[in-house]
Design a protein around this ligand. Sequence first.
Ligand code: ASP
Ligand code: MG
Length: 449
Amino acid sequence: MSAFNVAKFGGTSVANFEAMSRCAEIIANNPQTKLVVSSACSGVTNILVELANGVKDESQRAQLINKLRTIHTDIMSQLNDISSIKQRVEALIDKVATLSEAASIATSAKLTDHLVACGERMSTHILTRLMQERGINAVRFDIRGVLKTDSKYGKAEPNLNATKQLATERLVPLCQQHVVVTQGFIGSDADNETTTLGRGGSDYSAALIAEAVGAAGLEIWTDVPGIYTTDPRIAPNARPIPEISFSEASEMANFGAKILHPSTLLPALRHQIPVFVGSSKAPQEGGTWVRQSVESAPLFRALALRNNQTMVTLRNPKMFQAYGFLADVFTVLAEHKISVDLVTTSEVSVSLTLDQTDTCGGAPELPAQAQKELEQLCTVEVKQGLSLVALIGNNMSETKGSAAEVFDTLDAFNIRMICYGASPHNLCFLLDEDEAKQAVKALHEELFE
Ligand code: ASP
Ligand code: MG
């Protein structure tokens, strides 16, 4: 095991010169940090996605590209000497312009990945230079030479063995001499085509890289000082959680706490790498440690909220006392690579929610072809405008009265679907989007305050 840490900085942490300077300070203050994984500057990926979706109007396209140029040149203008990076960043902006023009004629997932990858490629040039000017022995490294994935553009899956091998050969030796700065979110497939891991994928990248180099720790620097009992914007009395277990944190990430990308903890868990989550704006405030074993295991730990839920209800009266219906349904879903989140069943129906973390954002759609195939088995009803609330804790399903406490509080709300008991760590339910925040607030007051 290497004795160094991997530190990941999110988009807001590298949004501008001041933010990047704070990152450099955090890195300089911890000699154990040898590998830095950076997101694109805040807002950049959104612009790139817009361009990749095809902006037909030329002046509108030019405007967006100008916006990108400004974000990056603003930071560069505050550096002392940019002779080593100026041309490289400009070349990437030119590349964005060329690819955007191509996307305005015909879009493709492959082109999109090529385009959106430019964000991280630019930010890492600038961050590396800034760190060098702060006296850090920083070098930039193109992660596409290490992080290998399949070719599922927009949401590529990592090839762990290839990544580990390349990391051992190319990355670990470099980290012995330097502080290496590299890109989150992006990778490359077997043909060396650029791929991305899905929106918000930098956390996941950082965890995969930490796993591949056998890191001692993974630091996720973001814009909030750690994981809270719930989003403080919803419940002002939400409290920071100093320490949380991998299982609880995974449930939270899966069920919508925006702090970590849902896949982030898998590599960390596989390799038992402790994960720290903190704010690069206020490192002195500390943050949350995610570890295998933690000192306390409270009944209720946190509340997570996720909007943009799509619920699919499948009904077939013939399902009553028959067999094989669910198998048929899930075969169709599997064939269309549709990932399902929650499932509840009754005698004649099954309701499920669809999962989505790919580049498009928004509520996931049930693909038309999948719907057609499902309609041959049953009636299909799709409902959007829903939110998922997840209560995370320990031994809830084995603790008398815990469900009653929750549902008494929710008496006034219209609950659409409940999942309880499958995991000892969560109880979750679906309700209308416009009621969800109130429900979280009420539950927080009742269970946590
Ligand atoms: N820049 C990418 C995004 O905005 C990846 C990330 O920041 O995690 O989705
Ligand atoms: Mg991000």
